[in-house]
Write a new protein. Structure first.
Lengths: 318, 139
């Protein structure tokens, strides 16, 4: 039992790490493809791309340890007795090492998740307490112009009086359409998933991906609002809100974040050049899903042999 | 020794639900002792006197209430107004958005933590106007 759990944990973690590195190294090449897509698809596929190393490693490792899958997916080969087998580490020390590492990673992810949940709940209860419901949003009695969506499962929109009073009716409709899109898409949850699933990568590597995902998510919501109000109107509102924010006394040392500096510019340009974005059809998405699943199944056999090879280097094979 | 900020105080003005309720009671009626604060808390969430005392102590340490010794007990008053607290909270949110520490919790319409120079804004305005002209209205 210890051997099985230890082997599973070690193989899963190794796979997750290797796939994360491969996906991160390939990202500069694939990034252009994501950016060429309509943000609705781009943001979803980018999320899948970054969640993939975690999921693929977990599913592949699970397949490796399912004897029924082994018979179907791994080409027949013998070690000593030609029995159906799973790749096992035959060393108590290495098995325990796998268990400890797996537990540490799971524990660290759980702690991060719980801290985020706690922070989100605290923030939400404070804003709920200090704000008043007004239509679809909670009105915050503050002159600082700010509008945001807070929460994961059931996100809520908060808008300050400063923002409400400074915007025209059309601006407010555009802003609310954008924020409602965040609500429906559960974008905060998407960001959290991406952050947790890229936990094995150094911040420097995952940082760019998270910035891209955040930007594409905002673009997806801009485009959703544009379906109702038009791309130019949304671009105008973005610019107007940007000017409004910049007219406020700055609470921050502005200009420290190169990405954020250009964020609105990129979003406005994307709206003005919306016709250049590729819109994926349903059948293309289905085809992509089938291809991914096929590749995943085809990976099981080479992974089985690779695992046995690595294990053989470290300890005798079962 | 440099102490790393713990995640529990990532938001400097983070307050628990009871602390907010206690503050609300003090906003409505200042100069209350713990018993009077306890009596003003809605019956639906009636906490014990010692729990309210602990909440008042925490608020005092966070410098959100002032207290004056009156006989054996303290009387408390809020040292921060509702709007002032909201302002602090908004400022925290803006700062944390800037650090990227809240990006998984909330999304804001426009990034509040970055500045674009006036010429870039003007350029964007020209581009929008040109596009609008080309389309003759986008709708």
């Amino acid at each position: 039992m210890i051997n099985s759990i230890g082997s599973f944990a070690a193989i899963w973690l190794t796979l997750w790490l290797l796939l994360s590195i491969v996906f991160a190294l390939l990202y500069p090449l694939t990034r252009r493809l994501f950016n060429a897509l309509h943000p609705r698809f781009g943001s979803t596929l980018l999320l899948y791309y970054w969640v993939a190393p975690f999921l693929v490693s977990l599913v592949s490792a699970a397949f490796l340890f399912m004897p029924s899958a082994e018979i179907l997916l791994v080409d027949s080969h013998c070690h000593q007795d030609c029995q159906s087998h799973v790749p096992l580490i035959d060393s108590v020390v290495l098995s325990w090492f796998g268990i400890v590492m797996g537990s540490l990673v799971l524990l660290s992810l759980s702690v991060r998740l719980l801290l985020n949940i706690r922070r989100s709940r605290q923030l939400r209860s404070q804003f709920n307490f200090l704000s008043q419901p007004r239509g679809d949003f909670q009105a915050i009695n503050s002159p600082t112009p700010l509008v945001f969506t807070l929460g994961w499962w059931n996100p809520c929109i908060y808008m300050s009086e400063g923002m409400y009073e400074a915007c025209s009716g059309t601006d407010l409709s555009v802003i609310m359409a954008h924020e409602r899109a965040h609500q429906e898409r559960r974008d905060n949850l998407r960001m959290l998933l991406a952050r947790l699933c890229s936990a094995l990568l150094p911040r420097r590597w995952s940082g760019r991906m998270l910035e891209d995902l955040q930007l594409m998510t905002e673009q997806a919501c801009d485009f959703r609002a544009a379906e109702k109000f038009g791309h130019v109107t949304v671009a105008e509102t973005l610019l107007k809100v940007k000017r409004l924010l910049q007219s406020q006394p700055s609470p921050l040392p502005y200009g420290a974040l190169a990405f954020a500096e250009r964020e609105v510019e990129i979003r406005i340009m994307a709206l003005l050049k919306q016709e250049q974005r590729v819109f994926l059809q349903s059948w293309q998405m289905v085809l992509l899903g089938i291809t991914t699943l096929t590749l995943l199944l085809l990976m099981v056999s080479p992974l089985h042999h690779a695992s046995e090879w690595v294990i053989a280097l470290l300890a005798p094979v079962h | 020794m440099i102490r790393k900020r713990s995640s529990s105080n990532v938001l400097p003005n983070t307050l628990g639900e009871l602390e907010l309720v206690v503050l609300e009671a003090l906003w409505q009626q200042p100069h209350l002792d713990a018993k009077a604060v306890c009596a003003r808390i809605p019956a639906t969430r009636q906490p014990s006197l010692s729990t309210v005392q602990s909440a008042l102590e925490r608020l005092y340490r966070k410098e959100l209430v002032e207290r004056v010794k009156s006989g054996h007990a303290y009387t408390y008053s809020a040292s921060v107004s509702r709007s002032n607290l909201l302002g602090r909270l908004m400022s925290d949110v803006i700062h944390l958005l800037h650090d990227g520490r809240l990006e998984t919790i909330l999304s804001s319409f426009v990034n509040v933590a970055a500045d674009l120079d006036e010429s870039s804004l003007n350029e964007l305005e020209t581009l929008i106007a040109r596009k609008k002209g080309e389309l003759g209205g986008d709708r």
